[in-house]
Design a binder for this molecule. Structure first.
Ligand SMILES: [Zn+2]
Ligand SMILES: [Zn+2]
Length: 379
């Protein structure tokens, strides 16, 4: 039986001491120390602050990797409870404190068990924006710790405690960012014909890129193009030299992702050319589409159904246009990423909100899932 009071205490400790992308020094030290105390082999410093703990099997079984993320967000916590963040401007508002505590709880339990297969407990940095999972892979994660399958889990507000949700195939979107710098020619606002107005070009670009999703992408494919930032000009009567637009694109299919980038470049360049401006486009591909392997998704579905019953497992839930850097791991190794219920979504209790807190009632379900999955697949 898992001692939950310890796991809750670890979760609260992690919540009170949040660290962000690649600066999870204390968090990874905490994780490594716990894994060592359970008797596991521990390797630190993979992809920066990543940690891997290994529970060797007795032989003949599969080798699988279970992954948790450790990073927090640049958010000032609004909660006032005892385990609220003690670090100004940083907060665990995405539940990664819960993910880390649950995987530690499972590691402690599984360390005492005899399994034929080997379990690798992977704790990654910088899931939120900076691709810590990718960094671990570049640092040889799957060469140093080869795996037959890899599994991830994320808390989900709006899904009841004790419930799970999953989906086969493309489940979370690709995530790219872009920055468009429109170079025009500044002039007096009363004599626009003497310059090339980047503000007018920016306005037309904002409207025109909406046609990428509505006119270029197949209506049955999901896609998002959002311009989220605009800068340009500093006065009433001066047409500036340049203007900048920034934004993000999402897709659930690699071909659609390629199409969006090509259309964005073409639309922006054409508009700028027609208006006497020049466009400099930086298009940065961040996270790929997260694709769950059908066989492993079916296996995980069976595990959670045995654990909590068919009624509490949502299979084939709709994909989300949010992104996850676990997608990089699933590009290398087959596996499945699923969601665990964090309780009914109250106002403000959504991810990345200053009032968010991981629901401790979910801890035993998450630990039980990892343990049951180990028993099912590491043999
Ligand atoms: Zn998250
Ligand atoms: Zn997040």
């Amino acid at each position: 039986m898992v001692d939950l009071s310890d796991v809750r205490a670890w979760r609260h400790h992690l919540h009170a001491h949040p660290e962000t992308a690649f600066e999870e020094f204390e968090t990874s030290r905490f994780v490594a120390e716990k894994l060592r105390s359970f008797g596991l082999e521990v390797t630190e410093g993979i992809g920066g602050t990543g940690v891997v703990g290994v529970k060797r099997g007795t032989g003949g079984g599969r080798t699988v990797s279970f992954r948790a993320d450790m990073d927090a967000l640049d958010i000032q916590e609004a909660n006032r409870f005892a385990h609220a963040s003690r670090i100004r401007g940083k907060m665990h508002a995405c539940g990664h404190d819960g993910h880390t505590a649950m995987l530690l709880g499972a590691a402690r339990h599984l360390a005492q068990r005899d399994l034929s297969g080997t379990i690798q407990f992977v704790f990654q940095p910088a899931e939120e924006n900076e691709g810590g999972g990718k960094r671990m892979i570049e640092d040889g994660l799957f060469k140093r710790f080869p795996a037959d399958a890899v599994f991830g889990m994320h808390t989900r507000p709006g899904l009841d405690i004790g419930s799970f949700a999953l989906r086969s195939g493309p489940s979370m979107a690709s995530f790219d960012v872009f920055e468009i710098t429109i170079e025009g020619k500044g002039t007096h606002a009363a004599r626009p014909h003497l310059g090339a107005d980047p503000i007018v070009a920016a306005g037309q670009i904002i409207s025109a890129v909406q046609s990428i999703v509505s006119r270029s992408v197949d209506p049955l494919d999901a896609a998002v193009v959002s311009i989220t930032e605009m800068k340009g000009g500093a006065s009433w009567n001066v047409i500036p030299d340049s203007a900048v637009l920034r934004g993000t694109t999402r897709a659930l299919d690699q071909g659609v992702r390629d199409l969006i980038e090509a259309r964005l470049r073409s639309v922006v360049s054409s508009i700028c050319g027609g208006l006497g401006c020049v466009a400099n486009i930086i298009y940065d591909r961040r996270y790929p589409v997260l694709v769950n392997t059908p066989e492993w998704t079916a296996a995980c579905g069976e595990v959670v159904q045995r654990l909590v019953g068919t009624d509490r497992v949502k299979k084939e839930i709709p994909a989300t246009m949010g992104a996850e850097d676990f997608a990089f791991m699933l590009q290398e190794v087959p596996g499945c990423y699923l969601w665990i219920g964090n309780g009914t979504m109250e106002r403000d209790r959504i991810l990345h909100n200053p009032n968010f807190d991981f629901n401790d009632d979910a801890l035993p379900f998450g630990i039980d899932y990892w343990v049951a999955l180990a028993e099912a697949v590491a043999k």
